[in-house]
Write a protein that binds this ligand. Structure first.
Ligand SMILES: [Zn+2]
Length: 169
């Protein structure tokens, strides 16, 4: 079971430049429903309507902008406008803040909450070219740069080859 922030990352990574075609949500919600099911959200998967596709695509673009932002003020401004449009209603419950509303409100709220608590620097885009997948940096030191172990290993192998060719050995 993944939380709403993980779902936001999942939505972002419906575009994966290493897949063919890269955008698995260009035409329909087949991939998205399956991804929700795989991640322990069968009810949410069943609740997705085909009409939601344009909303999800625009939500994806908005959240990606926030993950790509290096400027915290800019990220906050984008988030605040998006939260207004999503009509996210935040309430205080026994376990902290909760948001009521549709998926758009939930995911934006999860991103906003994390950005407010840990800074937007913890929301990143994979540095392993050509991958542009998103990740949440949950390391203590905030040193994560890649979306997955595969990208990490690929980047390390590239750096190793580069060093070898530079030294001519
Ligand atoms: Zn990656």
């Amino acid at each position: 079971m993944t939380d709403d922030l993980d779902l936001a990352v999942l939505l972002l990574n419906s575009v994966d430049l290493l897949e063919d075609p890269p955008d698995r949500m260009a035409h329909d919600l087949v991939w998205w429903r399956r991804a929700l099911e795989r991640n322990g959200h069968p009810e949410l998967a069943a609740a997705q309507r085909d009409d939601d596709l344009p909303m999800l695509q625009s939500l994806r673009a908005t959240i990606r902008t926030i993950f790509e932002c290096v400027d915290a003020d800019e990220a906050r401004a984008v988030l605040n406008v998006a939260l207004l449009y999503a009509e996210a209603v935040v309430q205080v419950g026994p376990d902290g803040l909760t948001v009521s509303g549709d998926l758009r409100a939930r995911l934006l709220f999860a991103v906003a909450l994390h950005a407010a608590e840990h800074g937007v620097g913890r929301l990143g885009i994979c540095a392993s070219d050509p991958c542009r997948c998103a990740y949440v940096d949950r390391t203590r030191a905030g040193t994560r740069r890649y979306c997955c172990t595969l990208c990490n290993d690929r980047a390390a192998a590239r750096a190793y080859r580069r060093r070898r060719s530079e030294t001519g050995s």
